[in-house]
Design a protein around this ligand. Structure first.
Ligand code: FE2
Length: 411
């Protein structure tokens, strides 16, 4: 199958590419159709590698207002709402919501998801169900699962054993939540435990790290130090790191050296953290978003995630990562021309590094023919006009297509 006139990753000139047996066979400025070959004219539209959701909680998504709405919008009322919803949690309930969320993502060009799944549950119901769904949905969505100890590893009964069990069951990544542990000592011990567990079992690590406005929350330095000492490096990701927003600059200067040595990844969740952080401030009120601009400038890898979709903690979300990038650029003040043009990398290449997708991702001959077509000439234009994803192909198979809306002006 031959795709013609694609504008690949903001290129000024168009190019053609051929797909065979689910893989990219060749890219060139012009490729001649073979006899009887099916051709698709992309008419100069933007072609990108598929979007990647690098941080979401699929086990809680699509539960906002059920049974009660979060009236204040705070994290704490969100936890109360979830406690009421948790009674209804069953494998069938999770299956239905996750399938629906995956369809929302799919229509927006997302083909890879890293989902955190709560393992502070003696029955590990969500983990078991998510592992089944990972297999069921494999052809349409690649799902990576993080064993996420929502209520702590040391501060929850049998927290260590539950995390170990989740890894044995087949979780791809080990999580932790140092800022939620009872004490600073527990926080450090929980990180030692999680990173050692990952090293022993050859898993990735993704820590909910310092998601708090407390400038004294310093789980990140422990995550980075252990990543370095255990030789895990970029297998480790620190998600949120919102406390870094509040750190003093002298400390950040010292920390940055360690971060660079550790080569860990970062995931910033601008929608949820601008919404939930800074709630105890009067004015000025903190933005609650980690230092994306500075981390990027230092060569560290940062991606953007949605975090929550229409649940007790975040009442919005339609599975579009465009919204995440759009707000992310505003709140991190990354609105220079090149920054806007290249911002798709937060939800493509950078996220692929975090998820360790390797050669299963990217627009290159020999790799799976997974790509999306946007109704725009370049990503600046796509982002600005909220251009729809016209088509999403995964390993050569068309997963979704969208007809752009037509407006008629009557003046
Ligand atoms: Fe999260």
């Amino acid at each position: 199958m031959l795709f013609q006139n694609a504008r690949i990753e903001n290129a000024e000139k168009t190019a053609d590419f051929r797909v065979e047996d689910g893989k990219f066979l060749a890219f060139a400025e012009k490729l001649r159709p073979l006899e009887g070959e099916e051709t698709v004219d992309l008419a100069g539209k933007l072609v990108l590698p598929p979007f990647i959701e690098s941080h979401v909680h699929l086990d809680t998504c699509l539960t906002a207002g059920d049974p009660v709405w979060n009236m204040s919008g705070t994290l704490f009322e969100g936890i109360e709402c979830w406690a009421k919803r948790k009674d209804k949690l069953s494998p069938e309930d999770i299956r239905q919501r996750v399938r629906q969320a995956v369809r929302l993502y799919a229509r927006n060009g997302v083909q890879f998801i890293r989902s955190h799944v709560d393992v502070t549950d003696p029955k590990l119901t969500a983990m078991e169900t998510m592992l089944e769904l990972r297999e069921e949905l494999r052809d349409v969505m690649t799902i990576q699962i993080v064993a996420f100890p929502q209520e702590g590893i040391l501060s929850y009964p049998n927290g260590k054993e539950l995390l170990e069990e989740a890894v044995k069951m087949g979780a791809d990544c080990v999580g932790a939540i140092p800022h939620y542990e009872f004490t600073r000592e527990y926080s450090v011990e929980s990180l030692n435990f999680a990173l050692e567990l990952a090293a022993e079992n050859d898993r990735l690590v993704d820590v909910h790290c310092d998601e708090i406005d407390d400038e004294a929350s310093r789980g990140l330095e422990t995550v980075a130090a252990r990543a370095l000492e255990l030789g895990l490096f970029d297998k480790v990701t620190a998600s949120h790191t919102t406390a870094m927003h509040s750190y003093n600059n002298a400390y950040v200067l010292r920390l940055m050296r360690l971060l660079k040595m550790s080569r860990i990844n970062f995931v910033c969740n601008p929608l949820v953290n601008t919404h939930l952080q800074g709630r105890i401030d009067t004015y000025p009120r903190r933005r609650g978003v980690t230092r994306v601009k500075e981390l990027t400038a230092e060569g560290l890898n940062v991606s953007f995630g949605h975090d929550d979709i229409f649940d007790p903690w975040y009442p919005m979300g339609s599975g579009s990562l465009r919204d995440v990038v759009f707000l992310g650029l505003h709140v991190t003040q990354m609105m220079g021309y090149e920054e806007i043009m290249n911002s798709y990398k937060f939800i493509t290449h950078n996220a692929a590094r975090t998820l360790h997708l390797g050669e299963s991702y990217g627009l290159e001959a020999g790799r799976p023919a997974s790509f999306i077509v946007l109704d725009a000439e370049n990503y600046y234009d796509a982002l600005n006009r909220n251009a729809p994803v016209l088509a999403s192909y995964k390993a050569g198979k068309l997963l979704s297509r969208t007809k752009p809306a037509e407006a008629e002006l009557l003046f």
